[in-house]
Write a protein that binds this ligand. Structure first.
Ligand code: AMP
Length: 297
C-alpha cells in the first residue's frame, strides 16, 4: 500500500459552528494539539499543496480553508469568474494531507454586512494595494476572522504574494494575534511560470509570453549584482525586458525594501542597500493579471 492510499478523507465543514465544535473537541481530546491553518481561495494547485504539506509536517492537525472572499475583490475584478472545482480541491486536499477542509458560503462568513474592517496602513499603499483599492482590507479582515475561528499555532502563506505576507505579518504583530506566520517559497512550473489559479485564463500564446515574468526576475537577480547598479536602472531594464513581449501590459514593476515596502530612490546603489529588496511585478495578459516577484538580498 503506498503512502497516498492510507491518507484518510479530510473532514469537510461548511459552518462556523461545526468548525468551532470540531476544533474544541479535538483540543479537549489532545490539549497539546498544534494546529496549522492554510487559507486559500481554492482551485488548488501545487503552490497550495506545498503549504498544506508543510503544515501537515509541522502540526498535528491541518485546517485548509477554501473561501473566495468577496471583500478582497474590487467591483471590476474577477470575483464572478474566479475558477472553482470543489471535487478536485477535495481530492488534492486529501493527497496533500489536510485534516479539515473548511469551505463556508459567503452567507456563512458574512451573514450581515460587516461593519468592521481590519485596515493595515503603509505596507498596503503600494503595489497591489495601489492597483487594487480595498484589496488588503478584505484580506486583513478575512484572515483575522479565520485566525479567530481556528486559533492555529501556525498559519502558512506563499511568498508568491509577498506583499500579502508583509501585510499579514504586520497585522499579526500590531494586533497581537498569537500565531506564527510561516512564509513559504513560490512553486513554479518547470518552465518557470509561478503556479496560480488564474493561469487557467491564459490562452496558449499568453501563457508562452507570460514566461517573461520569471525569466526577467532570474536575469534581474544577476543585473542587481553588477557594480554600480541603481534601483532606477534595474527597474528600467526590467520594464523594457517585459515590454518586449507584445501581449504584456505592465501594471507595476518596482523594487522596494522588504518587508517594509518602502520605495527606493532611483539613484540608490543596490550594493550599498543594507536590507532585502522585493522586485515585484504585476503584468496583464489580456484581462488576466499575473503577479510574480523575487526577493533580492
Ligand atoms: P490563493 O488561493 O491564491 O488566495 O492562495 C492561497 C495561498 O497560497 C496564499 O498564501 C498564496 O500566496 C499561496 N500560493 C499561491 N500560489 C502559490 C505558489 N505558486 N507558490 C506558493 N504559494 C502559493
Amino acid at each position: 500500500m503506498n503512502a497516498a492510499a492510507v491518507k484518510t478523507e479530510p473532514l469537510v465543514l461548511r459552518t462556523l459552528s461545526s468548525l468551532r465544535e470540531e476544533l474544541s473537541a479535538r483540543r479537549a481530546a489532545m490539549p497539546q494539539l498544534q494546529i496549522g491553518l492554510v487559507p486559500t481561495m481554492g482551485y488548488l494547485h501545487d503552490g497550495h499543496g506545498s503549504l498544506i504539506r508543510r503544515s501537515a509536517a509541522e502540526n498535528g492537525l491541518t485546517v485548509l480553508s477554501i473561501f473566495v472572499n468577496p471583500l478582497q475583490f474590487g467591483p471590476n475584478e474577477d470575483l464572478d469568474r474566479y475558477p472553482r472545482d470543489e471535487e478536485r480541491d477535495l481530492r488534492l486536499a486529501r493527497q496533500q494531507g489536510a485534516d479539515i477542509v473548511f469551505m463556508p458560503s459567503v452567507e456563512e462568513m458574512y451573514p450581515r454586512k460587516p461593519l468592521t474592517r481590519v485596515l493595515v496602513s503603509e505596507v498596503t499603499e503600494a503595489l497591489c494595494g495601489a492597483s487594487r483599492p480595498g484589496h488588503f482590507d478584505g484580506v486583513g479582515t478575512v484572515v483575522s476572522k479565520l485566525l479567530n475561528l481556528v486559533k492555529p499555532q501556525k498559519a502558512y502563506f506563499g511568498l508568491k504574494d509577498a506583499q500579502q505576507v508583509a501585510v499579514v505579518q504586520q497585522m499579526v504583530d500590531d494586533l497581537n494575534f498569537d500565531v506564527e506566520i510561516v512564509p513559504c517559497p513560490t512553486v513554479r512550473e518547470q518552465d518557470g511560470l509561478a503556479l496560480s489559479s488564474r493561469n487557467v485564463y491564459l490562452t496558449p500564446e499568453q501563457r508562452q509570453q507570460a514566461l517573461v515574468l520569471s525569466r526577467t526576475l532570474r536575469t534581474a537577480a544577476d543585473w542587481a549584482k553588477e557594480p554600480g547598479m541603481t534601483a532606477g536602472a534595474l527597474e528600467a531594464r526590467v520594464r523594457s525586458a517585459i515590454t518586449e513581449e507584445p501581449l504584456a501590459a505592465i501594471d507595476y514593476a518596482e523594487l522596494r525594501s522588504y518587508p517594509s515596502l518602502e520605495a527606493l530612490l532611483p539613484g540608490v546603489k543596490l550594493s550599498g542597500f543594507g536590507q532585502p529588496m522585493l522586485l515585484a511585478l504585476a503584468v496583464k495578459f489580456g484581462s488576466t493579471r499575473l503577479i510574480d516577484n523575487a526577493i533580492l538580498h
